[in-house]
Ligand binder design. Structure first.
Ligand SMILES: [Zn+2]
Length: 119
């Protein structure tokens, strides 16, 4: 019994590295390996495309702030799920208290519940 480390399916292995791949953090060797799998595996390729779009959204949080509230909430939820899946060491975690605070109607603008960097 020594194959436990290899018992992971290729797709799982790719999924584990997909964010690093999309971030360009993999070594050339690993990068090539992931690319090769993506060309051969439609479902992983689809996931990579989707996650790539996510990353772009992450990089442009401003876009989220300008998105309609409903869409924004969905994006934030999806991003949180993606982050949980990726098991990324959290940057600030905004404990789940979704403040449905004093909503005085009228203003299209609300204080963003997205964590903003002070710097
Ligand atoms: Zn796959």
């Amino acid at each position: 019994m020594e194959a436990s480390a290899l018992a992971v399916s290729p797709c799982d292995a790719i999924a584990e590295r997909i964010y690093e791949f999309l971030d360009g953090e993999l070594s050339a060797e690993e990068d090539a390996e992931v690319r090769r799998h993506l060309t051969a595996c439609a479902s992983c390729a689809r996931a990579a495309t989707r996650d790539g779009a996510f990353l772009r959204v992450l990089e442009q949080r401003v876009a989220i702030d300008r998105a309609p509230p409903a869409l924004r909430e969905r994006l934030i939820a999806l991003l949180a799920a993606a982050r949980a899946t990726a098991g990324a060491p959290g940057e600030g975690d905004e404990g789940g208290a979704g403040g449905a605070g004093s909503g005085v109607g009228g203003g299209p603008r609300r204080t963003p519940d997205w964590p903003t960097d002070p710097s």
